[in-house]
Design a protein around this ligand. Sequence first.
Ligand code: FES
Length: 325
Amino acid sequence: MNAPSAIAKLNVLVRSVTYLAKDIFSFEFVDPTGQALPGFTAGSHIDVHLPGGLIRQYSLCNDQDETHRYVVAVLREPNGRGGSMAMIEAVRPGTTVTISTPRSNFKLAPGAKRHVFLAGGIGITPIMSMIAAVQAQKQDFHLYYCSRSAERTAFLDVLNPLIAKGLATVHHDGGDPAKSLDLKSVLREQQPGSHLYYCGPNGMLNAAEAASEHWAEGTRHCERFSAGSAAALVPNESDRPFEITLAKTGKNFTVPADRSIVQVLKANGIIVDTSCEEGYCGTCMTRYLDGEPLHRDSVLDEEDREEFMMVCCSRAKSARITLDL
Ligand code: FES
């Protein structure tokens, strides 16, 4: 039995697959009947349900004003966890795939006077939609985009005019960390009202975080494609067992200290969609109705946490927690 998820799903038609750069492809999804798709804000991502039961998150890289399509870009990673290979090998134009509606943990700050974007490799994808939004709103911005080489740099056709106007800087390091962009000097000064948005490999994100430590609180916004430092939170030796109640069936289960809620549910034939299982993708978001969660995700904000929890990694502070399943 598949448990109902707090995340809505829809079926979309793959309208096109396009080669963007070496090992990078974009996928364009449209409604099969030509209807408008649910709206999204720049920086949002969707879950894509892939053949073989994999679920992966991809940021939307198109303009938030487009309602007729979603576009994602995928890096071919032969040594990855299988998602990108399944996407590139199995998702073909004319086929239908199930996706989630867009959701966002990475948003443009409404009051920002200037936006500084920092992208590493495929981390450019959410930033492309943000750039389209700030350009439409005639806001001040600058993009720093790091990649290995020109042939591995997606969206250069769109970015070249920005480079020519001095609004974007592309930096190639040839894969040598010693030739990385000097983030300390790029981020040394925070202009008044400026916000920083960064997305890319963990090494770059950690370096950006350290180099911008002195930026004002609430002005740094990060999108991670892996758990990064959050991974250290799960599991924890001090974890204790607790009880869960499923509100829709009244079933009760014990979650032992060394198992997660999703593992216990799965062992009892109840499948909750998961992807990262480390609390950063949001796929397993589940509403709770009673009890006090011990949140261990890196996705939900305080307001969301009053209603939802990530059942792949979060536990309960209370002896029992009731889930809306
Ligand atoms: S599966 Fe990714 S947050 Fe739970």
